[in-house]
Design a protein around this ligand. Structure first.
Ligand code: GTP
Length: 225
C-alpha cells in the first residue's frame, strides 16, 4: 500500500506579491489579473504522487495586509514548512522579507516554547516583469545569512517554476524526515500527479500584530501586475 504523508505549508509575504496567484496557478492552473486581498487565511490542497508516496499538501494562503493577519502560535505549531514570497519588481517586498521571517520565527515555537526549525522556500514572484527591482544575488545573500537553501524566481502569470519550486520544497521536507529516520529516499524520476480543490475558505477574526515594523508594502507602489 502507498504511504501517505500530509504537510501544512504556509505562504507569507507582502500584500500584492502574488501569494494567492501562486496557489491558484499551482492548484487550478489558472491566473487572473484581478486583485482581491486575502482576509485572514484560506487553504487549498494539492496531492503529489511520488515514489509510492502520496503527499497531501495543505497550502495556507495568508493575508499580506497586516490588519488582516491573524496567525497565532497554535496555527504555526502544526506547520511543516513556510514559503516567503516577494515580488521581483518591488524592492520593498524583498526588504520586508525580514519582517515576515521574524514574524513567523516568533510564532513558530514548539509546545515547550523552543524554536521550531521549519524548512523555508523563498519565492521571487512576477519574474515575467520587465522592471526588475530586486537583484537575485541580494536575495541569495539574504538566504545564505539565514541558512535558507531554497530560492526560486517564479511567475504565477506564466506558470514559470511554480510546480518545480513547491515540489522541491516537498522533497526537502521529506528528505529532512528521512534523515531523521536515517534512511535513504530517492526523490527523482517519478511522475507526479496534482489534484486540486478548494477545501475551506476562512474569513478569520482580525488581530493586529505590531511587534515588528515593516516598510510600506507593494500595494502603495503598484508595481508590475
Ligand atoms: N505580472 C504578474 N502579475 C502577477 C503575478 N502574480 C500575481 N500577479 C498580480 O499581482 C496582483 C496581486 O496578486 P495576489 O495573488 O492577489 O497577491 P497576494 O499576495 O495574494 O495579495 P494579498 O491577498 O493582499 O496578500 C494581482 O493583480 C495579480 O494578477 C505574476 O507572476 N506576474
Amino acid at each position: 500500500m502507498d504511504e501517505t504523508k500530509q504537510y501544512k505549508i504556509i505562504l507569507v509575504g507582502d500584500t500584492s506579491v502574488g501569494k494567492t496567484s501562486i496557489l491558484h496557478r499551482l492548484v487550478f492552473n489558472k491566473f487572473s489579473e484581478e486583485y482581491r486581498s486575502t482576509v485572514g487565511a484560506d487553504f487549498l490542497s494539492k496531492t503529489i504522487y511520488q515514489n509510492n508516496i502520496i503527499t497531501q499538501l495543505q497550502l495556507w494562503d495568508t493575508a499580506g495586509q497586516e490588519k488582516f493577519w491573524c496567525l497565532t502560535e497554535v496555527f504555526w505549531r502544526t506547520a511543516d514548512a513556510v514559503i516567503l514570497v516577494y515580488d521581483i519588481s518591488c524592492e520593498k517586498s524583498f526588504q520586508n522579507l525580514e519582517f515576515w521571517y521574524k514574524q513567523f520565527k516568533s510564532k513558530s515555537v514548539n509546545e515547550d516554547g523552543t524554536e521550531k526549525s521549519l524548512p523555508i522556500l523563498v519565492l521571487g514572484n512576477k519574474s515575467d516583469c520587465q522592471t526588475r527591482a530586486v537583484k537575485q544575488e541580494d536575495v541569495e545573500q539574504w538566504c545564505k545569512e539565514k541558512n535558507i537553501k531554497l530560492h526560486f524566481e517564479v511567475s504565477a502569470k506564466f506558470s514559470n517554476q511554480i510546480k518545480e519550486s513547491v515540489t522541491k520544497l516537498t522533497e526537502y521536507i521529506t528528505e529532512g524526515e528521512k534523515e531523521l529516520e536515517n534512511s535513504h529516499y530517492d526523490v527523482y524520476g517519478e511522475e507526479e500527479q496534482y489534484s486540486s480543490g478548494l477545501l475551506k475558505s476562512g474569513k478569520k477574526s482580525v488581530k493586529l500584530h505590531s511587534e515588528t515594523n515593516r516598510s510600506e508594502d507593494c500595494s502603495s507602489f503598484r508595481c508590475c501586475k
